[in-house]
Design a binder for this molecule. Structure first.
Ligand SMILES: NC(=O)c1ccc[n+]([C@@H]2O[C@H](COP(=O)([O-])OP(=O)(O)OC[C@H]3O[C@@H](n4cnc5c(N)ncnc54)[C@H](OP(=O)(O)O)[C@@H]3O)[C@@H](O)[C@H]2O)c1
Length: 279
């Protein structure tokens, strides 16, 4: 039975993906923030695959100490991990600094992917061939990185910070794939589509009603949004393929900024300095 770790598995794309993976026979290790939503997700997972001993770890993934604590706890409990799905993320209307002086979007949407992956690499290597799948977004196309101001101290717009973090997911995947070449662990990322999840509900400000209206008019279901996640986590079609960005279960081109190997390396090195891991 495959063990699949999913962050942000309490709602939206992560929950729909985790349930589909469980229905397909996987055992899910959920990483969640809200205890009530986590227990509700666990109950659904048990119905989806009653034969699996699904597990739950609680953590606020916007806080570096929590990323490290939960990463270490999962690594200790799970000596073999077949797939890690880095998916927890959000967009925030106002700039908020979290533990360590990190801007919250950067911490949650990028650093948590970086730190959790680092902590779980020994377990992923032990189960190779294994996979790291990260939820990015077409939003990455609107972004370039400002390496002199990754914490957006010089000015903040929620959408810009979000798109930059999603570009970080693309660059992180690229550099991770390069570093893991030959280990049997692959790294891919994907765009789920515009999905009617709880995305945008925490946003606040004028963006919140805009998201609400757009979601009711244009968005696809979380189940549809999770199709590429499930494909990348399980399909034999992508076995051994690493470093790519996918949309609608197919490889897709990233923006030019997403193909910048020097930027990918620089982001890795700076993330490593900031967090003290990944060196
Ligand atoms: N919806 C879209 O149209 C869309 C498009 C492109 C990419 N994405 C990406 O898809 C991913 C999933 O988003 P979604 O659309 O499914 O939204 P969602 O329904 O809001 O789900 C977000 C998940 O992240 C978790 N999360 C948020 N903040 C957290 C924190 N501080 N610590 C731990 N977990 C936290 C949430 O947990 P709680 O239950 O505790 O809130 C929830 O499980 C995100 O990375 C997002 O950027 C979404």
């Amino acid at each position: 039975m495959k063990t699949i770790v999913v962050t942000g598995g309490t709602s939206g794309i992560g929950l729909a993906g985790a349930l589909e993976l469980a229905r397909g026979g996987a055992r899910i290790v959920l990483v969640a923030r809200d205890p009530d939503r986590a227990e509700a997700a666990l109950r659904q997972l048990r119905r989806a695959n009653p034969g699996a001993d699904h597990a739950l770890h609680l953590a606020d993934l916007s806080r570096l100490s929590e990323m490290k604590r939960v990463g270490a706890a999962i690594a200790a409990a799970e000596p073999r991990i077949d797939v890690l799905v880095n998916n927890a993320g959000a967009l925030f209307d106002r700039r908020d600094e979290v533990e360590g002086g990190f801007e919250k979007t950067f911490a949650l949407d990028h650093l948590s992917y970086f730190v959790i992956t680092d902590a779980l690499l020994p377990s992923l290597k032990a189960a190779a061939p294994s996979r790291v799948v990260s939820t990015s977004s077409e939003g990455h196309r609107f972004a370039t990185l400002d390496f002199d101001d990754l914490q957006a101290r010089g000015g903040y717009k929620g959408w810009v910070a979000y798109c930059r973090a999603k570009l970080c997911n693309v660059l992180f995947t690229r550099e991770l794939a390069r570093r893991l070449a030959g280990t049997g662990v692959t790294a891919t990322c994907f765009h789920p589509g515009f999905v009617a999840s709880r995305f945008g509900d925490e946003t606040g400000g004028p963006l919140r009603p805009v998201f609400g209206l757009a979601k009711s008019l244009f968005a696809v279901t979380p189940e549809k949004g999770a199709e590429t996640l499930v494909h990348l986590a399980t399909s034999p079609e992508v076995e051994g393929r690493s470093g790519g960005y996918y949309s609608k279960r197919k490889p897709a081109r990233t923006s030019r900024a997403g193909q910048d190997d020097a930027a990918a390396r620089r982001l890795w090195e700076m993330s490593s300095e900031m967090t003290g891991v990944g060196g």
